[in-house]
Design a protein around this ligand. Sequence first.
Ligand SMILES: [Zn+2]
Length: 302
Amino acid sequence: MTEGKLLISLDTEIAWGRVGHSDQSQLGALYQKTKEVIRRLIELFDKYDIPVTWAVVGRLVDKRNANDQAIRGMMAEFYPGIEPNEYEGDFYSFPDLMDLLAGSTSKPEVTSHSYSHIVYGDADATLAETDLSEAGEVLKQHQLSPATFIFPRNSIDHLEAVKAAGFSHYRRKGQSWLDRIPGKLRQVSSLLDILLPIAPEVGKASLHQTGLIGVPGGLLFRKSNLGLRKIVPVSALKRKALLGLKKAVRKREIFHLWFHPFNFAYDSENHFKEFEKVLQKADELRKSGELEILTVNRVKIA
Ligand SMILES: [Zn+2]
């Protein structure tokens, strides 16, 4: 690699990420706002001409009205006892999204974050294959081919099936010093990690035995609305992201920022303000030839 690389991937799911969670019904106001956040993010990436990877939950944009049996069967198997009214309605559907992304001038990669957001590590092979096949159908409806696959909740499993479904890349877990900290201390340590000027991990892509290219994830750019991390301001994330850019340039490796558009519905103005500063810096480094900004599917093994 001759220069550092910045990747940005967005797990685009609105309410699909928290199906079955007890707090789901309290998040309506944030879900309500997420479609507007998505529109603003597209504008922001276009403003700086920054290509990003939008990994979309297939069911959000499925044009097949008659496909209810498929999703109901999958959901009943994965979440026994859950009723269709817990995953249907406005927060689970965004038919205009693919047109918005197709109109983006910054050449995004539009790809899959599964069909139903089931957790692959907890799904059997048949269910994972069904989900992949439905996800592929949705991409086809929108004249897209499978490229990067982003696993729901980063639960990486059934990689052979992902490869067989035509995908080429996936986001894998990045390394972190926090992995070596015992469970009980991890919450406090992760808080310190964000608050102290510690650069996030950067890394290289690796080839999985299936032939898939695994691209390391780096920094989850979101202010938490829960728990201890609620006290961390978005500016601390910005500072960390800037350190990540610097480290990627110095080591000529990949810095991978990711989040859910939903995250920017919380403390929205601060998220947009601080995130834009990261994009401005990345654009500057790109102009000086020190940084390349690319979508996940364009990463090659160095
Ligand atoms: Zn997700």
